[in-house]
Design a protein around this ligand. Sequence first.
Ligand code: RIB
Length: 343
Amino acid sequence: MAEANNIKEVARRAGVSLGTVSNVLNRPETVTPAIRQRVLDVIKEVGYVRNDSARHLRAGRSRTVAIVVLDVANPFFTDIVRGAEQVVERAGGMLVVCNSGEDLAREQRHLDALEEQRVRGLLITPVGRSSKRVERLVKRGIPVVLVDRGSGEANRCSVAVDDVMGGRLAADHLAKAGHRRIAFVGGPFTITQVTDRHAGATQALADRDGDIDLQVIETRSLSANAGRGAAESICALPTAKRPTAVFCANDLLALGVLQGLTTGGLRVPQDVALIGYDDIDYAASAAVPLTSVRQPREQLGRTAAQLLLEEADDADRHGHRHVVFEPQLIVRQSTSTVRRKGR
Ligand code: RIB
């Protein structure tokens, strides 16, 4: 006997709307006896079990929505917060921001505190691939939406950008400009966004004729400081081994690489072309305007908050969704070089 995992299946089988099933469950007096019985028969037939513990828990829930970001110093997350805030405040709620600092233990501490606070819901860009702690919140009936992270989980929503496509866009752009030695700067590789962007770049270069070398310079964080460190290692390489182009996993890294290369006497883009990821406002206003893979940051935040409030307001009618936006390559001066002859 198939078991319905949400109210949509019950409505489909009973041939009624989601609202009618919700009324049968919550306001039976508003439904005719015949329809009420038909829906109850389907509920019994498919074994649909309403998440009453979640509803009761939500009953006393505050109007506060929490967002846990990876790095509060990264303008990428500032823009996401701005988008989410617009939606939450318009719904009469309040958004509180927590910073995990890309540290799992710190993320866990925030989640413990937020569970005690009985927040209305949680938006999170998790540090690890899948956090058992997040799973526990979901089981406690706290709506969770993953932000900037795709997810296959059936019990929560996610909003992300296709980072594999983003990696492809960046690598294809550099390959078309004639680069044959390219460096990928990013890390840690426990962050899915980093691994997906690297995977996309690897796929794009493998699809092209001719051997293009993609060397990885793994960083301990996605910060400008880590970018400066990566640039030092690039400057230390002999010209014949030095990459002629660098693809960074985000714009903060790229701005750090730009600063480090310049300090090391290398010119961007003449000696080393440079691409970032996010297209934060500072990318366009950098000393050398930065080519970047744009993410629709505020839209990511708005969409995540909308999904969260939809679930928080009526879990029975909500159907979990995984929204994926497409990235866009924004070309600027940091990659505008004449076609190279396979240096
Ligand atoms: O969320 C991980 C990274 O992806 C962040 O650093 C942000 O810049 C985004 O690009």
